[in-house]
Design a binder for this molecule. Structure first.
Ligand SMILES: O=c1ccn([C@H]2C[C@H](O)[C@@H](COP(=O)(O)OP(=O)(O)OP(=O)(O)O)O2)c(=O)[nH]1
Ligand SMILES: [Mg+2]
Length: 151
């Protein structure tokens, strides 16, 4: 199997010639790190959320999706995470990819242009057909959930 089984097209937004494109930081990293395409430094106050542009848009085949996930280092050190984690980039979305960051930390956090703010992981999406029925198959678990097997 080749190293790139799928080609995803990426297009810079206008005026973003200097923005770093998503980048894998190690050979087998699962995510491409995403860079902030802010025109000037952006401050996230404690508790504040902001939509941060990345400077690019994507085109991929319908069998794929991209997930926007937090970087654990930012989460651990600064309480910075993605609010809608994992964010969903639909295969047919052609707008700019954006990252919804929230500051769960105690200190203001400054985002600089081209800083790595999140990561993007591509996933296969099985094509599912939903079929309505009146009876579901029986299982041992049945409707037990939400901790019914204990803590
Ligand atoms: O973190 C994210 C999440 C979403 N999107 C873009 C791509 C995605 O395809 C689109 C819609 O996202 P989603 O389906 O999560 O949001 P929605 O509230 O259901 O909006 P819509 O009604 O447009 O589907 O917004 C991003 O750029 N970043
Ligand atoms: Mg949606």
């Amino acid at each position: 199997m080749s190293l790139s089984d799928f080609e995803v097209q990426i297009k810079r937004m206008e005026g973003q010639e200097d923005i770093l494109l998503p980048q894998k930081m190690s050979a087998a990293a699962s995510g491409f790190d995403l860079h902030a395409a802010v025109s000037e430094p952006v401050v996230l106050a404690p508790g504040e959320r902001k939509l941060i542009p990345t400077g690019f848009a994507l085109s991929m085949s319908p069998e794929l999706e991209a997930q926007i996930r937090p970087r654990s280092g930012l989460a651990f050190k600064h309480g910075i995470t993605t609010l809608n984690s994992p964010g969903t980039i639909d295969a047919d979305y052609r707008g700019e990819v954006k990252v919804l960051l929230i500051n769960h930390g105690q200190e203001p956090f400054v985002i600089q242009r081209n800083e790595r703010i999140a990561q993007m992981v591509f996933q296969l999406v099985p094509q599912i057909g939903l079929r309505e029925v009146t009876e579901l198959t029986e299982t041992e678990r049945g409707s037990g959930g939400f901790g019914h097997t204990g803590r």
